[in-house]
Design a protein. Structure first.
Length: 201
């Protein structure tokens, strides 16, 4: 079994243990997962919603196709590309839009898809984590820092298989605002108000 299929199967086994029976309230419902292609929270959420019995799941996220060297051997590949492919092979209820979830064009494409299917979104999951976001002619950068007081903790170095000290600085006001602009809800508001204004949420 290819690694991608093994990873997706492992995710599916975990969610099946959580949902031995479909949820009665999920039948016939549609979920929209923004950030569905990450191998972690995004793809796990998609798997859980399908196993819970949702009639359809629409995902949005980035996943770049592999680049090939001579002899058609992939030398650079985004793991999300293979994970998304494996999920689509395992369940026809999934539709995935590969692109920039922050872009107006992506929101328009998803809205068009929902209108064409005569479907409204019953559950909206926002799972986008990104280093930057460009919108309205400006680019914001996010930071993984803390608010209030500095934080000292232990990080795991997987290569050395040991814990190492990690110090996390306090975010400046500009860093905090940049993070809010990227992952703090402004984009979620654009998705939510856009879908609501079209009667799709």
């Amino acid at each position: 079994m290819p690694l991608r299929d093994h990873l997706v199967a492992a995710q599916r086994d975990r969610v099946r243990a959580a949902f031995p029976e479909p949820l009665p309230g999920a039948k016939g419902k549609t979920a929209l997962v923004l950030g569905s292609t990450s191998f972690g929270y995004g793809s796990s959420t998609v798997q859980a919603l399908l196993e819970a019995g949702f009639g359809s799941v629409v995902g949005v996220g980035m996943a770049r196709a592999p680049e090939f060297a001579k002899g058609f051997v992939p030398y650079k590949a985004d793991p999300a590309w293979f994970v998304v492919g494996a999920m689509h092979q395992s369940d026809p209820r999934l539709t995935t839009f590969l692109g920039d979830a922050f872009a107006d064009s992506t929101r328009a494409a998803v809205s068009h898809h929902l209108r064409e299917r005569g479907t409204k979104v019953d559950l909206l999951v926002y799972s986008l984590a990104a280093p930057r976001r460009s919108y309205g002619g400006r680019t914001w950068t996010s930071s993984l820092k803390v608010m209030g007081e500095p934080l000292d903790l232990v990080n795991v170095d997987v290569r050395a298989e040991q814990g190492v000290p990690l110090h996390v600085d306090v975010a400046t006001s500009d860093e905090a605002e940049g993070t809010r602009r990227v992952m703090g809800g402004e984009d979620l508001a654009l998705w939510g108000t856009g879908l609501l204004s079209q009667g799709l949420l």
